[in-house]
Design a binder for this molecule. Sequence first.
Ligand code: SF4
Ligand code: SF4
Length: 445
Amino acid sequence: MAMSLFRRHSFSHGVHPPAHKDGTAQMPIRRLPFPPQLILPLGQHIGAPAKALVSKGQEVVRGQPIASAAGAVSVPLHAPATGQVLRIESVPTSRGTREPAIILNVYEASTQEVLWQQPRHLDGMSRDALLQAIQDTGLVGLGGAAFPSHIKLRIPDDKRVDTLVINGCECEPYLTCDHRIMLECPDDLIRGIQLAMQASGTRQAIIGIEDNKMDAVNLLAEHLKDIPHISVQAVETKYPQGSEKMLIKSLLDREVPAGGIPADIGVVVNNVGTMAALGQLLPRGEGLIERVITVTGPGIERQGNYRVPLGTPIGFILEQAGYEGGANEFILGGPMMGPAVSSLDTPITKGTSGLLVLNEPQVRKESRPRWACIKCGHCVSACPMHLNPAWLGQLAAAGEYARMSESANLEHCFECGCCSYVCPSNIPLVQYFRIAKAINREQAA
Ligand code: SF4
Ligand code: SF4
C-alpha cells in the first residue's frame, strides 16, 4: 500500500530530547555468545508468573519449555541454551524486587541451533487456535510493557477493532534496536503483522515510524507496495510519540477515553520488535529465547545492537561490549522511562530493550541537586496528557496522595517523564508520581 508522508502526523505537547542514536543506528545486529550462566525469572511479563517445569539437576535443550503459563494472563518460558538447571532461587530484578528464577548452567558446547520446535499448519487456523499458538511461543510486548501478546490480540466480544497500529517510533533517546529490526528483518515483520491481523480480526494495519528513520520508512514502503491493507506512515520525531495514546492520535486522530483502552476506539497497538518475533517464531513453532537490545552510552567500547539470550546478566554484556568502568548509572531501556539497576547480576528479560550506561554528567535529573518550584509552567506545556504536573508535585510533597487521584487525575499520568525532563528545578516529578500511585494502590488493596 502507499505511504503517506505529506501530512505532519503528531500530537500536542511532548519534548525533543537529544537523540543520541548515532553511535548505534548504523550498526548491524550482532549475536553475543552464551554466558556461563543464565538467570531466568519466572515473572518476565505482566500477569501470573510462569510455573517451573524443571527441577535442580535436570538437563534441558535450547528452545525447550522450562516453565508453563500459569493461567490465561501468563506465558511459558523456554530454555535459551542447552545446559543443566543449577537451582531455582530468588534473584534481583529490574523492578527492584526479588523474584523466583531458574538458574541454568550453560554447556560450553551449547549450539545456537534451536533443538525444540512445535511446528503447526497456520493456514486456515481458527482465531482461537492461532491465539493459543501465540501464547505457546511465550511472546510478550518487547517494547518494554511485556504484556502477553495473545491477550493483547484477543479482542473482547463487546469491542469492534478495525486497525492494528504497529509502533516503530522508538522515541526513547539512545535506543535503535527497533530501527535495526525494521531494516534487517522486514519480511519477519510483515509476516508477523499479517498473523496478528488474522488473530485479532483487524482489516488494516498502519506502521508508524518517526521521521528520523526515513530509511526504514522507505524500505518498508517498498516491501509493502504489493501487499494490501498494510501501510507505513512517517510521524514527527517527538517524545513520547511511541506511547500508545500519542501514536493513535498521530496516525488516526482518535483519542482513547480516560480510563479506557485502545480497543474502545477500534484500535490495537503492537511494537515492531514484537511483530518481527511473531513472524519468526510462529511459522517455526519456536518459543521466545532471545531478543535484540541496544547496548550504548559513554564508557561502552563496542556500542551496538546485540541479539542476546534471555537471562544474560548485564555484567556479562558489559564484559563483551567492553566497559571501562566508572559509570554512575545502569539503565535497562531508555533514559526517559527505563529503570536504573544497581546489581550487575540483573538479567536481560523479555521486556528489556536496551542497556544504557551513563556517566557524570549524563546522569538523570533525579540524581542532581533540586530546587523549589519556580512556577515556570514548563511541565504543564510538556505534559502530553495535559495534566498539571506542578500541582501534582505539590500534592505529592504534602503527602496528599488520595487528592492527587481525586482532583488532579494522577491515574491519567503514564509516567513518560516529560515533566521531569523540562523542570529547571530538577524536581523528580515522575518519581513522585510513581510513589504516589504505588501508595494509592496499596491503600486500595
Ligand atoms: S510523567 Fe505524567 S504528569 Fe509528567 S508529563 Fe508524563 S504524563 Fe504528564
Ligand atoms: S517545571 Fe518544575 S519549576 Fe517549572 S512549574 Fe513545573 S515543577 Fe515548577
